[in-house]
Design a protein around this ligand. Structure first.
Ligand code: UDP
Length: 408
Protein backbone atom coordinates (compact mmCIF):
# COMPACT_ATOMS: atom_id res chain seq x y z
CA UNK A 1 0.00 0.00 0.00
CA UNK A 2 1.33 3.47 -0.82
CA UNK A 3 2.96 5.45 2.00
CA UNK A 4 2.23 9.13 2.52
CA UNK A 5 5.49 10.23 0.93
CA UNK A 6 4.35 8.72 -2.36
CA UNK A 7 1.62 11.38 -2.62
CA UNK A 8 4.12 14.23 -2.54
CA UNK A 9 4.48 14.53 -6.31
CA UNK A 10 0.72 14.60 -6.79
CA UNK A 11 -0.43 16.91 -4.02
CA UNK A 12 2.65 18.99 -3.27
CA UNK A 13 5.02 19.32 -0.31
CA UNK A 14 2.83 21.81 1.60
CA UNK A 15 -0.05 19.38 1.82
CA UNK A 16 2.15 16.69 3.32
CA UNK A 17 3.89 19.05 5.75
CA UNK A 18 0.49 20.22 6.97
CA UNK A 19 -0.55 16.62 7.61
CA UNK A 20 2.61 15.91 9.65
CA UNK A 21 2.07 19.11 11.62
CA UNK A 22 -1.55 18.33 12.40
CA UNK A 23 -0.81 14.71 13.31
CA UNK A 24 2.11 15.35 15.69
CA UNK A 25 0.06 16.46 18.73
CA UNK A 26 -2.34 13.58 18.14
CA UNK A 27 0.34 10.86 18.23
CA UNK A 28 -0.70 7.95 20.37
CA UNK A 29 -4.36 8.97 20.57
CA UNK A 30 -6.39 5.91 19.64
CA UNK A 31 -9.19 6.01 17.09
CA UNK A 32 -11.87 3.44 16.32
CA UNK A 33 -13.92 3.54 13.11
CA UNK A 34 -17.15 1.55 13.02
CA UNK A 35 -19.28 0.97 9.92
CA UNK A 36 -21.49 -1.82 8.59
CA UNK A 37 -19.50 -3.50 5.85
CA UNK A 38 -15.85 -4.32 5.25
CA UNK A 39 -16.24 -4.40 1.46
CA UNK A 40 -18.60 -2.86 -1.08
CA UNK A 41 -19.77 0.74 -1.20
CA UNK A 42 -18.07 4.05 -0.66
CA UNK A 43 -17.51 3.96 3.12
CA UNK A 44 -15.52 0.73 3.02
CA UNK A 45 -13.59 2.15 0.09
CA UNK A 46 -12.60 5.23 2.11
CA UNK A 47 -11.78 3.40 5.36
CA UNK A 48 -9.56 0.87 3.62
CA UNK A 49 -7.19 3.76 2.79
CA UNK A 50 -7.77 6.16 5.66
CA UNK A 51 -6.97 3.61 8.39
CA UNK A 52 -3.43 2.66 7.18
CA UNK A 53 -2.50 6.32 6.67
CA UNK A 54 -3.62 7.26 10.19
CA UNK A 55 -1.41 4.43 11.46
CA UNK A 56 1.48 5.80 9.48
CA UNK A 57 0.91 9.13 11.25
CA UNK A 58 1.24 7.22 14.54
CA UNK A 59 -2.42 7.49 15.42
CA UNK A 60 -3.30 3.90 16.37
CA UNK A 61 -6.52 3.24 14.48
CA UNK A 62 -8.85 0.25 14.49
CA UNK A 63 -11.76 -0.48 12.15
CA UNK A 64 -14.69 -2.62 13.33
CA UNK A 65 -17.82 -3.70 11.49
CA UNK A 66 -21.17 -4.13 13.27
CA UNK A 67 -22.52 -7.64 13.04
CA UNK A 68 -26.16 -8.36 12.33
CA UNK A 69 -28.49 -10.87 10.75
CA UNK A 70 -30.51 -10.50 7.56
CA UNK A 71 -33.34 -8.88 9.50
CA UNK A 72 -30.95 -6.17 10.79
CA UNK A 73 -29.68 -5.32 7.30
CA UNK A 74 -33.24 -5.28 5.95
CA UNK A 75 -34.12 -2.70 8.61
CA UNK A 76 -31.01 -0.58 8.13
CA UNK A 77 -31.53 -0.56 4.37
CA UNK A 78 -35.02 0.84 5.09
CA UNK A 79 -33.38 3.47 7.32
CA UNK A 80 -30.91 4.26 4.53
CA UNK A 81 -33.66 4.72 1.94
CA UNK A 82 -35.85 6.69 4.38
CA UNK A 83 -33.05 9.10 5.31
CA UNK A 84 -32.46 9.64 1.60
CA UNK A 85 -36.09 10.80 1.51
CA UNK A 86 -37.69 7.67 0.08
CA UNK A 87 -41.03 6.60 1.62
CA UNK A 88 -40.54 3.45 3.70
CA UNK A 89 -42.74 1.47 6.08
CA UNK A 90 -40.77 1.02 9.26
CA UNK A 91 -42.61 -0.96 11.95
CA UNK A 92 -42.10 -0.94 15.74
CA UNK A 93 -40.63 -4.44 15.34
CA UNK A 94 -38.05 -3.03 12.87
CA UNK A 95 -36.91 -0.49 15.46
CA UNK A 96 -36.71 -3.29 18.02
CA UNK A 97 -34.53 -5.43 15.70
CA UNK A 98 -32.22 -2.43 15.32
CA UNK A 99 -31.96 -1.82 19.08
CA UNK A 100 -31.49 -5.51 19.92
CA UNK A 101 -28.78 -6.02 17.32
CA UNK A 102 -26.82 -3.02 18.50
CA UNK A 103 -27.17 -4.15 22.12
CA UNK A 104 -25.61 -7.47 21.11
CA UNK A 105 -22.77 -5.61 19.38
CA UNK A 106 -22.28 -3.40 22.43
CA UNK A 107 -21.73 -6.49 24.56
CA UNK A 108 -18.88 -7.65 22.29
CA UNK A 109 -17.20 -4.53 20.98
CA UNK A 110 -14.24 -2.76 22.54
CA UNK A 111 -15.30 0.88 22.26
CA UNK A 112 -12.64 2.21 24.60
CA UNK A 113 -10.59 4.19 22.05
CA UNK A 114 -9.99 7.89 22.71
CA UNK A 115 -12.08 8.81 19.66
CA UNK A 116 -14.92 6.66 18.35
CA UNK A 117 -15.86 7.50 14.76
CA UNK A 118 -19.20 5.99 13.80
CA UNK A 119 -20.26 5.88 10.15
CA UNK A 120 -23.90 6.11 9.07
CA UNK A 121 -27.10 5.01 10.80
CA UNK A 122 -26.37 1.27 11.07
CA UNK A 123 -24.06 1.57 14.11
CA UNK A 124 -25.34 5.01 15.30
CA UNK A 125 -27.02 3.73 18.50
CA UNK A 126 -23.72 2.34 19.82
CA UNK A 127 -23.36 5.81 21.34
CA UNK A 128 -25.49 4.56 24.27
CA UNK A 129 -22.22 3.36 25.75
CA UNK A 130 -20.49 6.73 25.77
CA UNK A 131 -21.68 7.86 29.21
CA UNK A 132 -19.86 4.94 30.75
CA UNK A 133 -16.71 5.34 28.64
CA UNK A 134 -16.22 9.12 28.81
CA UNK A 135 -14.37 9.23 25.46
CA UNK A 136 -15.16 11.33 22.37
CA UNK A 137 -17.73 10.27 19.80
CA UNK A 138 -18.17 11.53 16.23
CA UNK A 139 -20.98 10.59 13.86
CA UNK A 140 -20.14 10.63 10.18
CA UNK A 141 -23.23 10.56 7.97
CA UNK A 142 -22.56 9.71 4.33
CA UNK A 143 -26.24 9.95 3.36
CA UNK A 144 -28.05 12.89 1.77
CA UNK A 145 -29.90 14.07 4.87
CA UNK A 146 -31.59 17.06 3.24
CA UNK A 147 -35.09 15.50 3.16
CA UNK A 148 -35.14 12.63 5.66
CA UNK A 149 -38.33 10.73 6.36
CA UNK A 150 -39.51 12.36 9.64
CA UNK A 151 -40.25 9.16 11.56
CA UNK A 152 -36.87 7.51 11.01
CA UNK A 153 -35.02 10.76 11.61
CA UNK A 154 -36.97 11.38 14.85
CA UNK A 155 -35.94 7.89 15.99
CA UNK A 156 -32.26 8.44 15.21
CA UNK A 157 -31.92 12.07 16.25
CA UNK A 158 -31.75 11.45 20.04
CA UNK A 159 -28.82 9.13 19.38
CA UNK A 160 -27.12 11.60 17.03
CA UNK A 161 -27.38 14.34 19.65
CA UNK A 162 -25.35 12.26 22.11
CA UNK A 163 -22.28 12.63 19.85
CA UNK A 164 -19.73 15.44 20.18
CA UNK A 165 -20.20 16.39 16.54
CA UNK A 166 -21.69 15.23 13.29
CA UNK A 167 -19.91 15.36 9.93
CA UNK A 168 -21.84 15.51 6.65
CA UNK A 169 -20.74 15.60 3.00
CA UNK A 170 -22.52 18.75 1.81
CA UNK A 171 -23.88 21.97 3.39
CA UNK A 172 -27.44 21.13 2.29
CA UNK A 173 -27.37 17.97 4.42
CA UNK A 174 -27.16 19.92 7.68
CA UNK A 175 -30.04 19.34 10.11
CA UNK A 176 -31.32 21.19 13.15
CA UNK A 177 -29.19 19.56 15.82
CA UNK A 178 -28.00 20.45 19.29
CA UNK A 179 -24.42 19.42 18.39
CA UNK A 180 -21.89 21.05 16.04
CA UNK A 181 -22.06 19.99 12.40
CA UNK A 182 -19.04 19.94 10.15
CA UNK A 183 -18.83 19.55 6.42
CA UNK A 184 -16.32 16.96 5.25
CA UNK A 185 -16.72 15.68 1.71
CA UNK A 186 -15.38 12.19 0.98
CA UNK A 187 -12.37 11.47 -1.21
CA UNK A 188 -10.65 8.99 -3.47
CA UNK A 189 -7.15 7.63 -3.27
CA UNK A 190 -5.28 8.52 -6.47
CA UNK A 191 -2.71 5.77 -5.88
CA UNK A 192 -5.06 2.89 -5.12
CA UNK A 193 -5.70 0.12 -7.63
CA UNK A 194 -9.09 1.72 -8.28
CA UNK A 195 -7.59 5.01 -9.41
CA UNK A 196 -3.90 4.73 -10.29
CA UNK A 197 -2.70 5.25 -13.85
CA UNK A 198 -2.82 2.16 -16.06
CA UNK A 199 -0.99 1.41 -19.30
CA UNK A 200 -3.19 1.03 -22.41
CA UNK A 201 -2.03 -2.61 -22.73
CA UNK A 202 -3.11 -3.35 -19.15
CA UNK A 203 -6.53 -1.83 -19.82
CA UNK A 204 -6.92 -3.82 -23.02
CA UNK A 205 -5.88 -7.07 -21.30
CA UNK A 206 -8.38 -6.57 -18.47
CA UNK A 207 -11.25 -5.80 -20.85
CA UNK A 208 -10.31 -8.82 -22.91
CA UNK A 209 -10.34 -11.03 -19.83
CA UNK A 210 -13.78 -9.70 -18.89
CA UNK A 211 -15.04 -10.31 -22.47
CA UNK A 212 -15.88 -6.64 -23.03
CA UNK A 213 -15.66 -5.93 -26.77
CA UNK A 214 -13.86 -2.74 -27.83
CA UNK A 215 -15.66 -2.30 -31.16
CA UNK A 216 -17.97 0.54 -30.02
CA UNK A 217 -17.64 3.47 -27.60
CA UNK A 218 -18.39 2.30 -24.08
CA UNK A 219 -20.94 4.06 -21.89
CA UNK A 220 -20.59 2.83 -18.32
CA UNK A 221 -22.32 3.07 -14.97
CA UNK A 222 -20.50 1.50 -12.01
CA UNK A 223 -22.81 1.09 -9.02
CA UNK A 224 -24.24 -1.28 -6.52
CA UNK A 225 -27.48 -2.64 -7.96
CA UNK A 226 -29.67 -0.25 -6.04
CA UNK A 227 -32.92 1.43 -7.17
CA UNK A 228 -31.67 4.84 -6.03
CA UNK A 229 -28.82 4.51 -8.56
CA UNK A 230 -31.53 4.11 -11.24
CA UNK A 231 -29.96 1.37 -13.41
CA UNK A 232 -33.27 0.92 -15.27
CA UNK A 233 -33.29 4.66 -16.07
CA UNK A 234 -29.77 4.28 -17.46
CA UNK A 235 -30.93 1.49 -19.77
CA UNK A 236 -33.92 3.56 -20.92
CA UNK A 237 -31.72 6.61 -21.61
CA UNK A 238 -29.19 4.50 -23.49
CA UNK A 239 -31.86 2.90 -25.65
CA UNK A 240 -33.25 6.35 -26.56
CA UNK A 241 -29.83 7.78 -27.41
CA UNK A 242 -28.94 4.77 -29.52
CA UNK A 243 -31.37 5.88 -32.20
CA UNK A 244 -28.74 8.55 -32.96
CA UNK A 245 -25.36 7.13 -31.86
CA UNK A 246 -23.76 3.71 -31.89
CA UNK A 247 -22.40 2.67 -28.50
CA UNK A 248 -22.36 -0.13 -25.97
CA UNK A 249 -23.74 0.19 -22.44
CA UNK A 250 -21.96 -1.48 -19.57
CA UNK A 251 -23.64 -1.74 -16.18
CA UNK A 252 -21.04 -2.83 -13.67
CA UNK A 253 -22.07 -3.64 -10.17
CA UNK A 254 -21.54 -5.86 -7.24
CA UNK A 255 -23.12 -6.50 -3.91
CA UNK A 256 -22.38 -5.05 -0.48
CA UNK A 257 -22.80 -7.15 2.66
CA UNK A 258 -25.15 -4.55 4.16
CA UNK A 259 -27.40 -4.25 1.07
CA UNK A 260 -30.05 -6.98 0.94
CA UNK A 261 -31.87 -5.55 -2.10
CA UNK A 262 -29.00 -5.98 -4.57
CA UNK A 263 -29.93 -9.44 -5.89
CA UNK A 264 -33.51 -8.39 -6.67
CA UNK A 265 -32.42 -5.21 -8.48
CA UNK A 266 -29.77 -7.13 -10.44
CA UNK A 267 -32.48 -9.52 -11.63
CA UNK A 268 -34.66 -6.62 -12.78
CA UNK A 269 -31.69 -5.10 -14.63
CA UNK A 270 -30.92 -8.41 -16.34
CA UNK A 271 -34.54 -8.75 -17.44
CA UNK A 272 -34.59 -5.23 -18.84
CA UNK A 273 -31.31 -5.75 -20.72
CA UNK A 274 -32.20 -9.23 -22.03
CA UNK A 275 -32.09 -9.54 -25.81
CA UNK A 276 -30.19 -6.28 -26.35
CA UNK A 277 -26.71 -7.17 -27.68
CA UNK A 278 -25.42 -3.66 -26.93
CA UNK A 279 -26.05 -3.88 -23.18
CA UNK A 280 -23.68 -5.80 -20.93
CA UNK A 281 -24.43 -6.40 -17.25
CA UNK A 282 -21.37 -7.34 -15.25
CA UNK A 283 -21.48 -8.48 -11.65
CA UNK A 284 -17.99 -8.33 -10.17
CA UNK A 285 -16.63 -9.38 -6.77
CA UNK A 286 -16.04 -6.45 -4.39
CA UNK A 287 -12.27 -6.75 -4.74
CA UNK A 288 -12.33 -5.89 -8.47
CA UNK A 289 -10.59 -2.53 -8.09
CA UNK A 290 -8.20 -2.86 -11.03
CA UNK A 291 -11.02 -4.13 -13.22
CA UNK A 292 -13.21 -1.13 -12.39
CA UNK A 293 -10.28 1.21 -12.93
CA UNK A 294 -9.67 -0.29 -16.40
CA UNK A 295 -13.37 -0.18 -17.32
CA UNK A 296 -13.69 3.47 -16.27
CA UNK A 297 -10.56 4.36 -18.25
CA UNK A 298 -11.77 2.48 -21.33
CA UNK A 299 -15.15 4.26 -21.31
CA UNK A 300 -16.10 7.14 -23.59
CA UNK A 301 -18.76 8.41 -21.17
CA UNK A 302 -19.54 7.56 -17.55
CA UNK A 303 -23.10 7.72 -16.25
CA UNK A 304 -24.18 8.01 -12.63
CA UNK A 305 -27.87 8.57 -12.97
CA UNK A 306 -28.59 8.49 -9.25
CA UNK A 307 -31.99 9.63 -8.01
CA UNK A 308 -30.55 10.11 -4.52
CA UNK A 309 -26.87 10.09 -3.63
CA UNK A 310 -24.75 10.77 -0.58
CA UNK A 311 -21.72 11.89 -2.55
CA UNK A 312 -21.13 9.46 -5.40
CA UNK A 313 -17.52 8.31 -5.28
CA UNK A 314 -17.99 6.70 -8.68
CA UNK A 315 -18.37 10.24 -10.06
CA UNK A 316 -15.15 11.34 -8.36
CA UNK A 317 -13.33 8.27 -9.71
CA UNK A 318 -14.51 8.95 -13.27
CA UNK A 319 -13.68 12.68 -13.15
CA UNK A 320 -10.21 11.88 -11.83
CA UNK A 321 -9.72 9.73 -14.93
CA UNK A 322 -10.63 12.75 -17.07
CA UNK A 323 -13.93 11.24 -18.19
CA UNK A 324 -17.04 13.17 -19.20
CA UNK A 325 -19.72 12.25 -16.66
CA UNK A 326 -23.51 12.43 -16.99
CA UNK A 327 -24.93 12.34 -13.49
CA UNK A 328 -28.20 12.81 -11.64
CA UNK A 329 -28.37 16.23 -9.93
CA UNK A 330 -28.74 14.49 -6.56
CA UNK A 331 -27.17 14.82 -3.11
CA UNK A 332 -23.44 15.52 -3.22
CA UNK A 333 -23.05 15.12 -6.99
CA UNK A 334 -23.47 18.88 -7.73
CA UNK A 335 -20.50 19.53 -5.40
CA UNK A 336 -18.46 17.61 -7.94
CA UNK A 337 -20.04 18.64 -11.22
CA UNK A 338 -20.73 22.15 -12.42
CA UNK A 339 -23.18 21.68 -15.26
CA UNK A 340 -21.56 21.93 -18.71
CA UNK A 341 -18.19 22.80 -17.13
CA UNK A 342 -16.97 19.69 -15.32
CA UNK A 343 -19.65 17.23 -16.45
CA UNK A 344 -23.38 17.38 -16.99
CA UNK A 345 -26.23 17.15 -14.49
CA UNK A 346 -29.52 15.57 -15.48
CA UNK A 347 -32.98 15.27 -13.95
CA UNK A 348 -34.68 12.73 -16.21
CA UNK A 349 -34.26 9.84 -18.61
CA UNK A 350 -34.80 12.24 -21.52
CA UNK A 351 -32.09 14.57 -20.19
CA UNK A 352 -29.67 11.69 -19.82
CA UNK A 353 -30.45 10.45 -23.36
CA UNK A 354 -29.99 13.95 -24.81
CA UNK A 355 -26.61 14.46 -23.17
CA UNK A 356 -25.42 10.98 -24.05
CA UNK A 357 -26.08 11.71 -27.69
CA UNK A 358 -24.33 15.11 -27.39
CA UNK A 359 -21.22 13.86 -25.62
CA UNK A 360 -20.75 10.92 -27.96
CA UNK A 361 -21.01 13.20 -30.98
CA UNK A 362 -18.89 16.09 -29.60
CA UNK A 363 -15.65 14.50 -28.36
CA UNK A 364 -13.81 17.82 -27.93
CA UNK A 365 -16.49 19.18 -25.62
CA UNK A 366 -16.60 15.85 -23.77
CA UNK A 367 -12.81 15.93 -23.31
CA UNK A 368 -12.92 19.48 -21.88
CA UNK A 369 -15.54 18.46 -19.34
CA UNK A 370 -13.30 15.60 -18.26
CA UNK A 371 -10.22 17.82 -17.94
CA UNK A 372 -12.09 20.36 -15.81
CA UNK A 373 -13.50 17.56 -13.69
CA UNK A 374 -10.07 16.09 -13.04
CA UNK A 375 -8.71 19.43 -11.88
CA UNK A 376 -11.69 19.94 -9.56
CA UNK A 377 -11.09 16.53 -8.00
CA UNK A 378 -7.34 17.22 -7.68
CA UNK A 379 -8.08 20.36 -5.70
CA UNK A 380 -10.91 19.09 -3.53
CA UNK A 381 -11.52 15.38 -3.34
CA UNK A 382 -8.23 13.53 -2.90
CA UNK A 383 -7.45 11.45 0.15
CA UNK A 384 -4.89 13.89 1.56
CA UNK A 385 -7.51 16.67 1.89
CA UNK A 386 -9.80 14.21 3.61
CA UNK A 387 -7.07 13.13 5.99
CA UNK A 388 -6.43 16.76 6.91
CA UNK A 389 -10.13 17.30 7.66
CA UNK A 390 -10.20 14.13 9.79
CA UNK A 391 -7.15 15.30 11.78
CA UNK A 392 -8.73 18.71 12.36
CA UNK A 393 -11.89 17.00 13.56
CA UNK A 394 -9.82 14.91 16.00
CA UNK A 395 -8.25 18.11 17.34
CA UNK A 396 -11.71 19.55 17.86
CA UNK A 397 -12.93 16.34 19.49
CA UNK A 398 -10.06 16.34 21.99
CA UNK A 399 -11.55 19.41 23.59
CA UNK A 400 -14.64 20.91 21.89
CA UNK A 401 -14.54 23.96 24.20
CA UNK A 402 -11.17 25.19 22.89
CA UNK A 403 -11.34 28.05 20.44
CA UNK A 404 -7.81 27.61 19.16
CA UNK A 405 -5.59 24.60 18.57
CA UNK A 406 -1.84 25.12 19.12
CA UNK A 407 0.29 22.92 16.89
CA UNK A 408 3.75 24.16 17.93
N1 UDP B 1 -17.86 -0.17 -6.38
C1 UDP B 1 -17.14 -1.32 -6.59
N2 UDP B 1 -17.75 -2.37 -7.20
C2 UDP B 1 -19.03 -2.30 -7.62
C3 UDP B 1 -19.78 -1.12 -7.40
C4 UDP B 1 -19.15 -0.06 -6.76
O1 UDP B 1 -15.95 -1.42 -6.25
O2 UDP B 1 -19.52 -3.27 -8.19
C5 UDP B 1 -17.19 0.93 -5.72
C6 UDP B 1 -17.11 2.19 -6.56
O3 UDP B 1 -15.99 2.13 -7.43
C7 UDP B 1 -17.00 3.25 -5.48
C8 UDP B 1 -17.86 2.69 -4.37
O4 UDP B 1 -17.92 1.29 -4.56
O5 UDP B 1 -15.68 3.36 -5.02
C9 UDP B 1 -19.27 3.25 -4.39
O6 UDP B 1 -19.30 4.47 -3.76
P1 UDP B 1 -20.45 5.53 -4.06
O7 UDP B 1 -20.21 6.68 -3.16
O8 UDP B 1 -20.49 5.82 -5.54
O9 UDP B 1 -21.81 4.77 -3.72
P2 UDP B 1 -22.34 3.92 -2.46
O10 UDP B 1 -22.25 2.49 -2.91
O11 UDP B 1 -21.48 4.22 -1.28
O12 UDP B 1 -23.77 4.35 -2.32
Amino acid sequence: MPRLEEYRALVGADTLEELYLLARPLRGRSVLHVNSTAVGGGVAEILSRMVPLLHELEIPTRWEVVKGGEDFYAVTKKFHNALHGDAQEVSPRDYQVYEDTLDQNLAQMDLGSDIVFIHDPQPAALVKKRQALKNRWLWRCHIDLSRPSPSVWEFLKPYVEQYDACAVSAPSFAQKLAIPQIMIPPSIDPLSDKNRELEPEQIAAILDRLHIPADKPLVTQVSRFDRLKDPLGVIAAFQKARAHVDARLLLVGGTADDDPEGAQVLQEVRQQAAGDPDILVLCLPPTSHLEINAIQRASAVIMQKSLREGFGLTVTEALWKGKPVIAGAAGGIPLQITHKFSGVLVHSVDGAAYWLKQLLSEPDFARRLGENGREHVRQNFLLTRHLRDALMLFHFAQDPSREMVRLG
